[in-house]
Design a protein around this ligand. Structure first.
Ligand code: URA
Length: 192
């Protein structure tokens, strides 16, 4: 009997927690597979776990997560309505950028499979690492807040909340870009 998508996503999460495909496993406390609604219409994708996420095994549970929660609330959504995950599932040491090999091996082994199973209407990328995994040539500064259709999937590129934490202008931009999500989703629902 074929296993359902929720069970398969749970199996992927278990595999991620014991993954040793790259050296990020050596420094982790917990891998962070992702959390939220396994049948979500929207999936948010960040860069990789930070210190708090590594401790708790939950994505976006530190300061940038608080901002993400506020932004979700501004469009009437809660964490349980969406699925939140990252390009790499283990914390890069000292919060350095994930390396190209780490991004490719992790995202093609786990993230792409998670997305196939969730099959969201909209993928919201947070920051350039997530955007460029899917659409390599785009610049976040040029396309943030503008929906993209690529490889038969709708994307909304947004700035990363961590950048907005320390830059008031970016925070305003992120908040404005967030407000485009409900209409975008409504339009996609009519065509999906
Ligand atoms: N930044 C990210 O990109 N992901 C997290 O989960 C937390 C902070």
């Amino acid at each position: 009997m074929a296993i359902d998508s929720v069970t398969e996503l749970q199996n992927i999460a278990s595999t991620i927690r014991t993954c040793t495909l790259c050296t990020l496993c050596e420094g982790r406390t917990n891998a962070v597979p992702g959390s939220g609604n396994l049948k979500a219409e929207i999936v948010f994708i960040g860069e990789g776990p930070g210190k708090n996420e590594d401790v708790h095994g939950v994505p976006f549970c530190g300061a940038s997560g608080k901002l993400l929660d506020q932004m979700l609330l501004s469009i009437g959504l809660a964490r349980d309505d969406v699925f939140i995950t990252n390009i790499v599932k283990c914390r890069p040491p000292g919060n350095r950028d994930p390396l190209p090999f780490e991004k490719v091996v992790c995202a093609t082994t786990y993230l792409d499979h998670q997305l196939d199973l969730i099959n969201p209407k909209l993928i919201v990328t947070l920051g350039r690492h997530a955007l460029n995994h899917f659409i390599p040539d785009l610049k976040i500064s040029e396309v943030h807040g503008h929906a993209q259709f690529h490889n038969n999937q709708h994307f909304l590129p947004l700035y990363h909340p961590a950048v907005a934490l320390y830059n008031g202008g970016m925070k305003t931009t992120l908040a404005e870009d967030f407000l485009t999500i409900p209409t975008l989703l409504q339009n996609l629902t009519q065509t999906h």
